[in-house]
Design a binder for this molecule. Structure first.
Ligand SMILES: [Zn+2]
Length: 153
């Protein structure tokens, strides 16, 4: 039985999603241009469901965004960037620092606090440094191996 729009979708392995035949008429994914292959409709739905589980959930991304917004608040992001002068773009630094602080929160040397429900008072959203020495050491590693080597006694 030939794959038609009646009995199949076109699946892109790269984007982990399916398309209608009309949306991928030339046999390539309209998003990433990788070749797509026909899969049965039921199969496409199952694959889509499984792919969703593998993608980072919107909750996780929002949580990361919130962490980033908290530590960069009131120009703190630019201040850290200026003080540490890491050899990377600000955007990269912001991501690296957000990752670092997420790890710090897991390991317990920093803590994020926020109100039980959204509030206008931004002061309620705070980054608290629990172990200052550890925090400073971690900041050194972030600004590059050179920075760590030139550290005083
Ligand atoms: Zn694709």
């Amino acid at each position: 039985m030939p794959a038609t729009s009646n009995n199949s979708y076109l699946w892109c392995d790269h984007c982990r999603r399916s398309f209608n035949h009309e949306d991928a008429a030339d046999g390539v994914c309209p998003i990433c241009k990788e070749p797509v292959k026909p899969v049965g409709k039921f199969n496409a739905i199952l694959r889509g469901l499984m792919a969703n589980e593998l993608n980072p959930s919107p909750l996780t991304s929002k949580h990361r965004q919130l962490v980033k917004l908290i530590w960069t608040r009131n120009n703190a992001g630019e201040e850290y960037y200026r003080l540490l002068a890491p050899e990377m773009s600000y955007a990269r630094f912001e991501t690296a620092m957000t990752n670092l602080l997420c790890r710090g929160a897991d390991e317990g040397w920093v803590e994020f606090s926020m109100p039980p429900s959204p509030k206008d008072d931004e002061g309620l959203y705070a980054l608290k440094v629990i172990d200052e020495n550890r925090f400073l050491n971690e900041l050194q590693t972030l600004s590059g191996p050179e920075a760590a080597l030139t550290e005083g006694d």
